[in-house]
Design a protein around this ligand. Sequence first.
Ligand SMILES: [Zn+2]
Length: 222
Amino acid sequence: MLFTFKYSMTIMKNILLILCFVSFNCFAQNITTKFEQSGGKESPSYFEIIDWWKKMDASSSYIKMIEMGPTDAGLPLHLVIVSNDKDFNFESLRKKNKRIILINNGIHPGEPDGIDASMLLARDIAINKIKLPGNIVLAIIPVYNIGGCLNRSANYRIDQNGPEEKGFRGNSQNLDLNRDFIKCDSKEARSFAEIFHLIDPDIFVDNHVSDGADYQHIVTLL
Ligand SMILES: [Zn+2]
């Protein structure tokens, strides 16, 4: 009798595990981005971006979003970690000899391609459409210039091929954050220094977009 009870409990546990896995995958599977929903014409607003990542964090055990330091906009920076090991501790990840890639998005929020591409990449990893190599961990800042992201207009960067509304280059103090890493006049730059030291990345990717300039190649690495 005891054996039967234990046995049925094991079966129950297994069924529950399978159900959890199936529902978890279905949930992540159903998550689309504003970029996809609008046929590539729109990029999400700041609050839509953070809500989306919160949903992603809740639906995938490979993804965790944490709050980091303050910004001039009065809102904290966020950091998203994508880890196959479900290990989100950078000290422990370095001990495991993982290669850590830090991706910064929206330092110029009118250049939102990295914001959208990071969402697509993390979602595709969560639903196993893309396999993140075992030795790689991604750390993503969803939006760095929050003040500029909140200041949106269809009339910014008019030579650029979309999206319909774009953020502004300057932050809440009208500082260009891409010129502030050393002088650190912004709270963003000071918070970034803390993030950079915490992560100690092997590779740092800072995503930008050209303002309608006639480049020969779609992607430029410099
Ligand atoms: Zn830029």
